[in-house]
Design a protein around this ligand. Structure first.
Ligand SMILES: [Zn+2]
Length: 257
């Protein structure tokens, strides 16, 4: 399967904004991935190769990593933070050739998350790294369940552990994305207001903040700009929220004799 992935990738050149070194990183060719569908939290599920694995750019020379969208968007003060907080402690390592395993892709995301915390950045960038890492872990868990032979140590416990980790990062993402919605101008993470409100509503649902999830969702449902696809998703999410709220209320009812 990884051998097949190679055909959909190419080496893209980058110049690291922190150490100025030129390097190559695996990149998905245009049309290289086939989207099967998106989940309620907008997680992309692919047919075949998982494009999420290649979204982090990592400079092996100095240790700086970020989502590609943000890789070059770094201010001088942030470069200084990376040099002091990341590069000074970084042990140089060789770039991995060939397609990435899920384990290696997760490692790259965790390095990017570390750099994102250290460089001090916007809430939305922080939230987007957590969200994409959560999506990646969820896709990894799904793939491990489907094709256990392609993974080392694919046990039900390992799959459960990956899902738990994914949930933790998704809830972290909710906390910062909610803040981003209050503080930042649209587009946020490349999303317009309606799409972003839908996303934050889905994240609020994951974080069990059902009142906030409903409130955000009502703006999506009543919007004239929302696409039918998004409105359908909003309708499904609304049912999911109602079910949870009902379960909560039922749980609160006093026991009948
Ligand atoms: Zn570098």
């Amino acid at each position: 399967m990884l051998e097949e992935e190679e055909k959909s990738l190419f080496d893209k050149r980058f110049v690291c904004p922190c150490c100025k070194k030129e390097f190559k990183s695996k990149h998905v060719k245009s049309g290289g991935v086939k989207l099967d569908h998106t989940e309620f939290d907008l997680r992309p599920v692919y047919k075949g190769m998982d494009g999420l694995k290649y979204d982090v750019i990592f400079c092996h020379n100095c240790g700086y990593a970020a989502l590609e969208r943000y890789f070059n968007e770094i201010r001088p003060a942030q470069i200084k933070n990376i040099q002091e907080e990341v590069t000074s402690k970084y042990k140089k390592r060789d770039a991995i050739e060939g397609p990435y395993s899920y384990e290696y892709a997760v490692e790259r995301y965790k390095i990017a998350l570390y750099c994102t915390i250290r460089k001090v950045t916007t809430a939305s960038e922080m939230g987007y790294v957590c969200l994409k890492l959560s999506w990646l872990l969820q896709n990894m868990a799904d793939n491990m369940k489907k094709n256990p032979k392609e993974f080392k140590g694919a046990t039900p416990e390992k799959i459960e552990e990956l899902r738990k980790q994914a949930d933790t990062y998704e809830v972290k993402s909710y906390n910062v994305m909610y803040k981003a919605r209050m503080e930042e101008d649209f587009p946020i993470c490349g999303m317009d207001e309606i799409t972003f409100d839908y996303l934050v509503s889905a994240l609020a649902y994951k974080a069990e903040k059902y009142d906030i999830a409903s409130r955000l969702l009502s703006t999506v449902s009543s919007s004239r700009e929302a696409s039918d696809r998004l409105k359908n998703k909003a309708y499904d999410l609304k049912q999911m929220i109602s079910k949870k709220v009902k379960e909560q209320k039922d749980g609160e009812e006093p026991l009948k004799p």
